[in-house]
Write a protein that binds this ligand. Structure first.
Ligand code: DGJ
Length: 723
């Protein structure tokens, strides 16, 4: 975020945590402890520790981040806290600038610090400034002790009176890991195959994960473990994730001696910012965490944080509705009578929210036209949306609508009137994706246009749910009419306005749910989690592929943010049963996408029963803790357990994939036993399909074999404490 420090323009920007408050002494002492000389700091979370101190040359130095026992031996500074371009620096730089006189090196020295509170958590801000030039650099660290995480960001101010400082690179933060051999796991993907885990050894050199076109079918979330350690429930893991939905990068830089630097933030590829006198830039926040509970520790910390603190507060504690979305049933050919028929059946089987997807707006006969003209198509809805919504509401259903505000089709009234409102470069081809171009939301007129249409849509219609799509990657990021020194900061401004638009609408329409979609899971990150209630994880709704995608998703993000629809898709020609499809989709937020007007009575009966079962257990799925007992990447099946906060109730979702277990040679190598997690050892539990109760200790230490046999069979087992 770039702002004038005198005249702060926008109050909604997610990149800026406002409300700095003084912190109680007790909180300071326990979590952030400043040395008596005011030049060293120890930060402690449940299991991690972090030490910083001013070094002999007056610069702020950082020690390795990790186990809190390290703090007993203070010192051990391995690098400057803000790695800059300049001097002898060999690390990957966080800050690279050019001063007005052409000098390209930075020399920082410590000035002061303060400990405050940001949204309930202690925050350490250490201010340094350049030894000669008017530039102040603040390292901010917000500590989330119960989640074993710290959140880092950096603020840079041009404190001078004339001349701009050109910022060629500014990262959010870094940590250093002690010398060891490490493996990195990250999650990348493509359309239809989101969040595929990839593991690589960190050898000497730099491994970069990044996004350069606003579209990522993976995530910036990473896990780093000592090489060879792969126990799911124990062992050290350093992890992190960037709260940003624009271009991002994370570098893993291992030096010859074996120390690893992890540094991340906005991707400054083809980006630069001219910081004018009295202007400030604040980076996105970058989460770092450390656990000794293996990958399970990462899941618990990340998902609890998102569920309890990060997700939009207005909807955080609300149970998610069962929804129907008509995209797979009707695609672009929507009309009132057919949508009402779908809604009627949806209501009969137990759906609560009815959503019309793409195709409802002016000229949208296919994907070649209409984007940008956000009024109901007169041919499809001669009376507008309102009468239809009223009828849907009268059935007892809430109503939702799809939009793709950031895009425009060249075949639209909007583009014909404003061809200069898209990103483009003169004399260069305007590259289309799905026949559309991206609006330049860095422009205030584009922002105001979109705001007005979305505001009017929500004001005039009883809409309770917005599915916000984004189908094209960013190309041609030109903004020719902008001042030259602002042209390469266009992506930053775009993201500011994007978050501002969503937050403005959320504040004005606080009852509306917001779903994030980007041709599947093309824009899922922790910043989106803070602005949207749900995510559409993938356009791939085949249940087999979905089991893999959901396993990764549930490793990193909470179940109450993951929407899954039961559809007719069968990418692998497995002909999975309707029950199997429901069971797969019930592990998150359940949706249905079939043409349900074509269903026979048997199909409707299955759907009604499954939806009723889901409603009975959804509280545990949405608010409980998730444990991935068996990953489909490990075995020919997937088993996920959800445990209620009281630990007295749980649900086990079991999915067999191909033949399992007795006639699959590979699986004979493994025990069919599963050991449950998160129960109370001394409490006895009964489980569906088992006669005698088991103690929690037995279930967690010895384990049970689920009586589920056959390929593509599934079952949800309920567990409850015996009083
Ligand atoms: C892509 C989304 O991922 C789909 O769910 C659907 O909304 C289409 N866009 C509509 O064009």
């Amino acid at each position: 975020m770039i702002e004038c420090i005198i005249n702060m323009k926008y109050k909604f920007l997610c990149l800026c945590w406002s409300m700095l408050l003084p912190l109680t002494a007790a909180a300071q002492n326990n979590i952030i402890k400043a040395g008596d000389d005011g030049k060293s700091w120890n930060i402690t979370t449940h299991s991690s520790g972090y030490h910083l101190e001013v070094t002999g040359n007056g610069e702020l130095g950082t020690a390795c981040y990790g186990n809190k026992l390290n703090l007993e031996k203070s010192g051990g500074i391995v690098a400057p806290e803000v790695q800059v371009r300049g001097g002898n620096a060999t690390n990957t730089p966080m800050l690279e600038v050019v001063f007005p006189d052409g000098v390209r090196e930075v020399e920082l020295e410590y000035k002061s610090f303060e400990i405050t509170e940001t949204e309930g958590y202690p925050t350490l801000k250490i201010i340094q400034s350049d030894k000669f030039y008017p530039m102040e650099v603040s390292s901010c660290i917000r500590v989330l002790p119960e989640y074993d995480m710290i959140e880092k960001w950096v603020e840079v101010i041009n404190t001078g009176k004339k001349g701009s400082i050109k910022i060629e690179n500014l990262q959010s933060g870094s940590i250093f890991l002690p010398k060891d051999a490490y493996e990195l796991t990250h999650y990348s993907g493509i359309w239809g195959y989101e969040f595929t885990p990839q593991t690589a050894k960190l050898t000497q050199g730099i491994k970069t994960i990044q996004v350069k076109n606003f579209k990522s079918y993976g995530t910036s979330t990473f896990l780093v473990r000592p090489e060879g350690e792969n126990d799911k429930y124990s062992g050290k893991v350093w992890f992190g994730s960037l709260l940003y939905s624009g271009n991002w990068r994370v570098d893993f830089d291992r030096d010859f001696a074996g120390t690893v630097q992890i540094v991340g933030g906005m991707n400054f590829w083809d980006q630069e910012v001219y910081l004018k006198p009295q202007q400030k830039i604040t980076t996105p926040h970058l989460l770092f965490g450390y656990t000794e509970q293996g990958v399970e520790g990462v899941t618990t910390n990340l998902t609890s944080y998102v569920k309890e603190k990060l997700s939009p507060a207005s909807h955080r504690n609300k149970l998610r509705p069962v929804l129907y979305n008509s995209w797979y049933a009707t695609t672009f050919n929507v009309n009132e009578a057919q949508q009402l028929a779908l809604a009627k059946t949806a209501k009969e089987i137990g759906v609560e929210m009815f959503v019309i997807d793409d195709g409802w707006f002016k000229g949208r006969v296919n994907d070649k036209a209409g984007l940008g003209d956000w009024t109901a198509d007169k041919n499809k809805f001669p009376n507008g949306l309102k009468p239809m919504i009223e009828k849907i509401n009268a059935m007892g259903l809430d109503f939702g609508l799809w939009v793709e505000p950031e895009m425009v089709n060249p075949n639209s009234d909007l583009y014909r009137a404003h061809p200069d409102w898209v990103f483009y470069f003169p004399n260069r081809s305007r590259i289309e994706g799905r026949n559309q171009l991206m609006l330049n939301l860095a422009r205030e007129d584009v922002y105001q246009y979109l705001y007005k249409y979305l505001h009017d849509l929500l004001k005039e219609n009883n809409i309770k749910y917005i599915k916000w799509d984004m189908n094209k990657a960013l190309t041609n990021p030109g903004f020719p009419s902008a001042p030259t020194d602002e042209q390469r900061a266009v992506r930053i401004k775009y993201m500011e306005n994007f978050y501002r638009l969503v937050e403005t609408l959320r504040q004005e329409f606080p009852d509306v749910w917001f779903e994030n979609c980007s041709s599947g899971g093309g824009r899922i990150d922790l910043a989106m989690m803070s602005h949207f209630d749900f995510n559409w994880a993938s356009d791939n709704t085949d249940p087999v592929d979905r089991i893999f995608i959901q396993d990764s998703y549930l490793t990193l993000f909470p179940a109450n943010t993951m929407i899954s629809w039961v559809t007719q898709e069968d990418w692998h020609k497995m002909n999975p049963s309707l029950e199997y499809k429901f069971d797969v989709c019930m592990s998150g937020v359940l949706g249905i996408g079939y043409d349900i007007t074509q269903w026979n009575e048997d199909q409707k009966k299955i759907a009604s029963e499954k939806i009723a079962q889901y409603k009975a257990i959804r509280e545990i799925i949405m608010n409980g803790d998730v444990y991935r007992i068996v990953s489909p990447y490990e075995e020919n099946r997937s088993i996920i357990q959800y445990v209620d906060k009281s630990k007295r109730k749980a649900e086990i979702f079991a999915y067999n994939l191909a033949e399992y277990p007795n006639n699959a040679r590979e699986n004979l190598k493994r025990s069919p036993l599963i050991r449950l997690r998160g129960l109370l050892p001394d409490v006895r539990y009964k489980i569906d399909d088992f006669n005698a109760p088991f103690s929690g200790k037995y279930l967690m230490e010895v384990g049970i074999t689920l009586p589920l046999r056959g390929a593509y069979k599934s079952k949800i087992y309920s567990i409850s404490a015996v009083e």
